[in-house]
Design a protein around this ligand. Structure first.
Ligand code: NAD
Ligand code: UGA
Length: 317
């Protein structure tokens, strides 16, 4: 089962799992019949015979019937995004990232599912000088979102630490994932969209903030390894160990498009950290994972997908 299957990472993951021969039940509360982003994310997947999609909210749906014969659950459903988590939407973050996760863990352990992989976040580390952040570092979440992601991963791990718990949990701390179908609120998407359309780009701060950008296919490979490698458990970073600044992302977008993006600088946003950078040692040792796609190649693929979307739908989200 893949929760959050109509989302960015979940749809890529479900697709890769089906292509590898798995039968996948995808669950998401966004209805592809009513939500164009969900429909676009699921378009290729829903044509594959190994995939079954269920539109349901994990806060109130019956989860156990979806888990019959499941040998792994990938729990990616949640409310992402650092900046909007300060406002009144916080209750939605708590509901989907914590209360829904509680229901998932209850069902997964009662049904005896042997493995659960949960999507955690680099944001749990909070402000780091220049990293690298190791899984053993003390988390210092700097936004309400990051607090919910830390609580979410720890909730899953607490379940699995119970005596006789049948479920091993792997919590993946993804570092800013980008690539085709990336959420439209994220920076790489916005920079490439600005480069393609000529719209201006809002830059929060001076652009010297750095992220350990992770290409979607690399993130998916790590996620499948987290479910299939028998010895994997606990918290694992999914990031390369190198970072790039937002100004570098803008430069790559400029060079890929041959157009200079118009940048409007605004104040830095609360909760954003200056730098994220993973210590990837544990991912390498436990999962045998090493990212393959560099930022330039990944952004090229991302831009080609956005250009194709523009041609197909006449606009980019
Ligand atoms: P996304 O918004 O594209 O996908 C999340 C999906 O979860 C959405 O389709 C949403 O409808 C679904 N969902 C939310 N609450 C639900 C509920 N109660 N019941 C059923 N479905 C629900 O986000 P994404 O970027 O693909 O992120 C996936 C996960 O990875 C999230 O948990 C996010 O916190 C985490 N994460 C993402 C990144 C990143 O760079 N994208 C980095 C770190 C962690
Ligand atoms: C991303 C995801 O959005 C989170 O869901 C995820 O948990 C997190 O990665 C992670 O690694 O754990 P973030 O690093 O904030 O969070 O990624 P972006 O949303 O792409 O923002 C990156 C930087 O660009 C931030 O400094 C942000 O302020 C800036 N930004 C973003 C802009 O300057 N302009 C924009 O329009 C959007």
């Amino acid at each position: 089962m893949v929760t959050g299957a109509a989302g960015f990472i979940g749809s890529h993951l479900a697709h890769a799992l089906v292509q590898a021969g798995a039968v996948v039940v995808g669950v998401d509360r966004r209805d592809p019949a009513a939500d164009p982003t969900a429909a676009a994310n699921l378009a290729a997947l829903q044509r594959l015979p190994g995939y079954m999609h269920v539109t349901a909210d994990l806060l109130n749906c019956a989860i156990e019937p979806l888990l019959v014969d499941a040998n792994a659950v990938f729990h990616l459903a949640g409310i992402p995004g650092v900046r909007p988590s300060w406002g009144p939407k916080f209750s939605e973050y708590v509901a989907s990232n914590l209360l829904a996760t509680h229901r998932v863990m209850d069902a997964v352990t009662r049904m005896g599912v042997p493995r659960l992989v949960v999507a955690s976040s680099s944001s749990v580390y909070g402000p780091t000088e220049d990293g690298p952040s190791a899984e053993t570092d003390r988390p210092q979440p700097a936004s309400p979102y990051a607090v919910t992601k830390l609580a979410e991963e720890q909730l899953c791990l607490a379940y699995s630490a119970q005596a006789h718990c049948p479920t091993t949990v792997v919590a993946l701390r993804y570092f800013t994932v980008y690539g085709p179908r990336q959420r439209p609120d994220m920076f790489t998407h916005r920079a490439l969209r600005a480069a393609l359309t000529g719209q201006s780009l809002r830059l929060y701060g001076d652009g010297h903030q750095r992220r350990d950008f992770t290409y979607i296919d690399d993130a998916v490979i790590a996620t499948i390894a987290a479910a299939t490698i028998p010895t994997a458990s606990g918290v694992i970073n999914v990031g390369s160990g190198s970072s790039a600044s937002l100004l570098e992302v803008i430069n790559i977008a400029n060079s890929l498009s041959g157009r200079e993006i118009q940048v409007h600088q605004e104040n830095p946003r609360s909760g954003d950290v200056l730098t994220t950078r993973a210590d990837p040692s544990r991912a390498h040792e436990v999962l045998g994972w090493q990212p393959q796609v560099d930022l330039h190649s990944g952004m090229r693929a991302h831009m080609q997908a956005l250009a194709a979307e523009t041609a197909a739908y006449g606009h980019v989200a």
